[in-house]
Design a protein. Sequence first.
Length: 365
Amino acid sequence: MKRPSPEPNPHVAAMSAYVPGEQPQGGGWVKLNTNENPYPPSPAAIEALRTAAGDAGSLLRLYPSPDASPLREAAAKAHDFPAGRVVAGNGSDDLLNLLIRAYAGPGRPVGMLDPSYSLYPVLAAAQGAAVIKVPISDDLDFDDARVADCGAAVFFLTNPNAPLGVSFTSARIAALAGRFPGLLVVDEAYAAFSDDDCVSLARDLPNVVVTRTLSKGHALAGLRAGYALCPEEVASVLHRVRDSYNLDRVAQAAAAAALLDDAWLRRTVASVNGTRARMVAALTAIGWRCVPPHGNFILAEPASARRPASSETSAHAFEFLKSRRILVRRFPGHRLTERCLRVSVGTDAEADAFLAAAREWSAEG
Ligand code: PMP
């Protein structure tokens, strides 16, 4: 008889893994389900990636900079932020994990807005930390006092919010940070597509960390690079708990070059935001209500003459789009998202394919 494997820690035995969006491996899909950037990354990043590997990969023999100094210097320059207070991560998910590892645990709960990024509860569970969810209301706002007094050791404020797409002002978050006694992490994965950010708060306040990713604005999701802008003490804490070589040599170099190519970023964000505005106008015209977007995605509520907005209608529209090889994302587990589809902003051609299928669904609906 086969011997059973040993049990993991009880809190790990009780938890479930994060469920990422579908990553279809075959071609032929219009993939608008995981908020990737539809454009290729900065050519400077690709050049840097080749150089970092060395001739015939010769430099891959060597360990990379342990603290990702090329990336940290570039992020410091891009944000006019002290390099010594930038901590690099293997994607911003790595930093979210490190923040929870260092600041949360049994008796030190993790706070978050609900809905927001569904990875936070998974990371909290792995750490044996409880989760406190502060609800977002039907008018897509939240009560600052509930956050300030929630008792979390670390609170994740996703701004712009995902999956809703709404944004909260930096002035408001600054006031909130003053009232909240714990560590306030502003997860700015989508900030490149917004016109406000909290970088100055991380620069000036002792309890605000801003996390950023290269996955969205910089089109490098396949590389896995992110960073946190931290108060000095927080940076030193994160360095204690991170892996000693948490970013590979190639990722460090490409991310650094991408961060320094500001012209590329501005051009790409302008394209994405232009397509975003066109998609919102076209969806609104066929009766799909859209949350005003601040990221590179749109939360839209499909509805047609025969099918009023509902969870079933959104499932129906999802399947219809899928039958046309257009992949979007559903979040059926929450009252604010169950009637909706989250659609990443693609190229103009992808947007046109999606809009044509959405119109077809609405007409047949
Ligand atoms: N934060 C939010 C709110 C996200 O949506 C994502 C991407 N799914 C991340 C962080 C993680 O990004 P990365 O690719 O840098 O790990």
